[in-house]
Design a protein around this ligand. Structure first.
Ligand code: ZN
Ligand code: FE
Ligand code: FE
Ligand code: ZN
Length: 266
C-alpha cells in the first residue's frame, strides 16, 4: 500500500460529494499514512461555480481541513493543498492566491485549451471540432509553461486529453521528452493519478510509456486518486505502485509547506 494519497476534493468545488471526515475515514480504512486535500482552487480570471471553489470559500476550506487535521492527528497525517489551473497571463494573481494560506503543496493542472474545458463531459462534443494532434501539442506546450511558471510543486494528470479516448495519430514521444526535461529543470514532480481508470480511457494518468520518460528524465513522483467521492480515496493504488515500479521509480515525495519533507520508498 502506498503511503500517501495527494489528490482529493471536497464539496466546496461544487462537483464532489462527501465530507472531509469521510475522505479521512476512508484513507484510514485503506491503510494510508497520509492524505492531502487538493480541492479546485478558484479560477483567477473568472468565477466558475460548480467547477472550482470561489475566493471567499478559501477560509472555510482551510478551517475544514484544519479541523480534521486536529481530530485525526493520531491516526493519519493530513495535508492541505490546492489543485490550481494554469491560466496564461494570470500568473501574478495565481501566485497571490497560492500565498494566501500555508499550503503544503500545489498541484498545477491544465484543464483548459483556449477556454475549452477539454476534459469536461458537458462539452465533450467539442472534440469533434478539434484536431486531436493539435490539442495534444497545445496541451504539452501549456504543461511546459505551467512548470516554468514556478507556481506549482506537482503537475496533475499529465496526459489528461486522453480522458475520453482521443489519441494522437502522430508520435509525440519527442514532445513528451522535452516536457519531461522542462519538468526536471523546473523542479516539479508528476503524479500517478488513478482517476483515469474510472474514465472512458480506462487507464491511469500518465500512460506507462509517458511515465517512463518522466522517470528517465529524473522527475520525482507523487500518487493521487483524484477522489471526488470518499469511496475513491486510495483507489487502485496497488496498480499505481505496479505502474511506478515498472517505470523504474523507487520512491515518492512527501511535501510540507511547499517543500519536500521527505522521500518514501515505494
Ligand atoms: Zn474536479
Ligand atoms: Fe484536474
Ligand atoms: Fe482533481
Ligand atoms: Zn484533477
Amino acid at each position: 500500500m502506498i503511503y500517501a494519497d495527494y489528490h482529493m476534493h471536497t464539496p466546496l468545488c461544487g462537483h464532489a460529494t462527501g465530507s472531509p471526515e469521510e475522505y479521512v475515514q476512508q484513507g484510514i480504512k485503506v491503510g494510508l499514512k497520509e492524505i492531502g486535500f487538493s480541492d479546485h482552487a478558484p479560477m483567477v480570471h473568472q468565477r466558475m461555480p460548480g467547477i472550482t471553489m470561489d475566493f471567499d470559500e478559501l477560509p472555510a476550506y482551510q478551517r475544514m481541513i484544519e479541523d480534521v487535521q486536529k481530530r485525526f492527528q493520531a491516526q493519519i497525517n493530513i495535508k492541505v493543498a490546492l489543485e490550481a489551473d494554469f491560466i496564461p497571463g494570470f500568473e501574478a494573481k495565481t501566485k497571490e492566491m497560492i500565498a494566501s494560506y500555508p499550503y503544503d503543496y500545489i498541484i498545477g493542472s491544465v484543464h483548459f485549451i483556449d477556454d475549452w474545458a477539454f476534459d469536461d463531459p458537458s462539452v465533450r462534443e467539442y472534440w469533434k471540432k478539434h484536431d486531436v494532434n493539435e490539442v495534444y501539442r497545445k496541451y504539452y506546450a501549456l504543461l511546459k509553461k505551467s512548470a516554468q511558471s514556478g507556481l506549482f510543486d506537482i503537475i496533475g494528470h499529465c496526459d489528461l486529453p486522453k480522458k475520453f479516448g482521443a489519441r494522437p495519430s502522430v508520435d509525440l514521444t519527442e514532445e513528451i521528452r522535452s516536457t519531461a526535461k522542462v519538468f526536471k529543470n523546473c523542479g516539479v514532480a508528476v503524479e500517478i493519478n488513478t482517476a483515469g481508470l474510472r474514465k472512458p480511457v480506462a487507464e491511469m494518468y500518465p500512460a506507462p510509456n509517458c511515465l517512463k520518460i518522466y522517470r528517465e528524465a529524473g522527475v520525482p513522483l507523487t500518487f493521487g486518486s483524484d477522489a471526488h467521492d470518499p469511496v475513491d480515496v486510495g483507489k487502485d493504488f496497488d496498480k499505481a505502485t505496479a505502474l511506478a515500479t515498472s517505470a523504474g521509480y523507487t520512491e515518492c515525495l512527501i511535501f510540507k509547506q511547499r517543500k519536500v519533507e521527505r522521500k518514501i520508498k515505494i
